[in-house]
Design a protein around this ligand. Structure first.
Ligand code: CP
Ligand code: NVA
Length: 317
């Protein structure tokens, strides 16, 4: 049996999620991180993008370099996959050269197929259904403020999309309450909600859905939103009308705890899902989140590509 493990949704980390995030926090804070510890020495990671990216691309390239590895960014237009070569054949070929693959795609089935045909770990760098690296960075950011996560209540306001799916799963896995306010017709995927609710039963957290943003934000410690129109939905401009009452603005955040944190995976459409007054406020932690993409992914890469080094790190430093 192969011992490779892929990260297609945050659920794939199972009981390891907390230790991966703690590892990322420790590594970020470690003054000796510069830079004797090179768990990806001699390893090459291919990073395939079918959609644009700023944070994911730069954080993977820089993070892989810091870990001593080589990142090969492969843009859709530059490779054969999807034109003259299947995803399955591409996975088989890349596995002969690479030690890991990250993949940003449209349909989630694409990254599933890639992983099924790869003999090296595959990391989902965002699909239409899941964004596990974002959720890892998000929960790491919340843990930096509150290491035990006790008392956290994460409120999502907006679309029932890929970012929400992994956020609710990660909250459930770590015992954090999550309430999402979405317009009717834009609910998250039923299977993902079912899975998050199952996990939450074991960890004791609450998973709650509402159509009322004020209800979601009451006593929230975190308010999180994302664009209403995701990549690939650019033609669905009619969708915006459903989100009239879902803007995160000063009135809405007044229902949260005073020291709530405002989160957004970015890029933000300022004036649409969030006002400047909120995203630029002292409560906003959006740029910590963005930075933590790199540290969380460094932890994930080390966990998936060099497990021995992942476990040895605490003893080494
Ligand atoms: N949050 C996020 O994934 O950003 P990018 O699309 O810029 O990678
Ligand atoms: N929901 C957004 C997230 C971007 C990081 C999208 O899929 O476009």
């Amino acid at each position: 049996m192969s011992d490779i493990q892929h990260l297609l949704s945050i659920d794939d980390l199972g009981d390891n999620l907390r230790s991966v995030l703690e590892w990322g926090i420790h590594f970020k804070q470690d003054p000796d991180t510069d830079y004797d510890f090179k768990p990806l020495d001699e390893l090459s990671i291919g990073c395939i993008y079918e959609k644009p990216s700023t944070r994911t691309r730069v954080s993977f390239e820089v993070g892989i370099h810091k870990l001593g590895g080589q990142a090969l960014t492969l843009l859709k237009g530059d490779i054969q996959m999807g034109k003259s070569e299947s995803v399955a054949d591409t996975a088989a070929v890349l596995s002969r050269f690479l030690d890991g693959i990250t993949y940003r795609c449209y349909g989630h089935d694409m990254v599933t197929t890639l992983s099924e045909n790869s003999t090296v770990p595959v990391i989902n760098a965002l699909s239409d259904k899941h964004h596990p690296c974002q959720a890892a960075a998000d929960l790491m950011t919340i843990m930096e403020r509150n290491p035990t996560l006790e008392g956290e209540r994460v409120a999502w306001v907006g679309d029932g999309n890929n970012v929400l799916h992994d956020l609710m799963l990660a909250c459930a896995m770590l015992g954090v309450d999550c309430i999402w306010a979405v317009p009717a017709g834009y609910e998250p995927d039923e299977e993902v909600v079912k899975r998050a609710s199952e996990i939450a039963k074991n960890t004791g957290s609450k998973m709650i859905e509402t159509n009322n943003p004020v209800e979601a934000c009451k006593n929230a410690t975190i308010i999180y939103t994302d664009v209403f129109i995701s990549m690939g939905e650019e033609d669905l401009t009619d969708k915006l009308a459903a989100f009239d009452d879902f803007q995160v603005n000063e009135e809405l955040v007044s229902h949260a705890n005073n020291d709530y944190g405002f989160m957004h995976c970015l890029p933000a459409h300022r004036g649409e899902e969030v006002t400047d007054a909120v995203i630029d406020s002292a409560n906003s932690i959006v740029f910590d989140q963005a930075e933590n993409r790199m540290w969380a992914q460094m932890a994930i890469l080390t966990f998936l590509c060099n497990r021995a080094a992942f476990h040895a790190y605490d003893e080494l430093y």
